[in-house]
Write a protein that binds this ligand. Structure first.
Ligand SMILES: [Zn+2]
Length: 151
């Protein structure tokens, strides 16, 4: 059985703040302190921060297939010849030129160098991160002390 932290009497206890200290006291002793009542909603959602992060990322340009095809034809190369020169399979070059597949950065760099084109572009990407946290007042890890500090 729980006992009052002020007088030691057993029985039903109430949370009370006595001289800044949280105690479990009996109804009689609770009159000496400020009784804490958790009348707030037991569950709140705290929207924490909006974090803005800007970064430059490299992407493959949209008209990559056009660029590669035009540059290759200018050099008078067949798809299979270009494939051989950049160390790729002909089917890969074919898929890229028909826009079905984007070259990866490694291949794009090779094509850039070999065909004197620019398949990559830098774009600015802004990440907005929204953080929300649920605070459950029934959660035992949140102590009365935490609640008092927030005030
Ligand atoms: Zn008491």
């Amino acid at each position: 059985m729980a006992t009052c932290e002020m007088c030691g009497r057993e029985g039903e206890l109430i949370d009370a703040v006595v001289e800044g200290t949280m105690l479990k006291v009996c109804p009689v002793c609770s009159k000496h302190g400020k009784v804490v009542t958790l009348s707030k909603p037991s569950f709140v959602r705290e929207i924490k921060t909006f974090e803005k992060r800007e970064e430059n990322v490299e992407v493959i340009v949209d008209d990559y297939s056009e660029l590669i095809k035009t540059a290759r034809e200018k050099k008078g190369l067949k798809q299979e010849e270009l494939a051989k020169d950049v160390g790729e399979r002909e089917s890969i070059i074919h898929q890229i030129e028909s826009g079905k597949m984007k070259p990866d950065f490694k291949l794009a760099k090779k094509l850039n160098f070999y065909l004197k084109i620019e398949l990559m572009e830098k774009v600015s990407r802004i990440d907005v991160k929204k953080e929300s946290k649920d605070i459950d007042f029934k959660d035992e890890t949140i102590t009365i002390g935490d609640l008092l500090k927030k005030k």
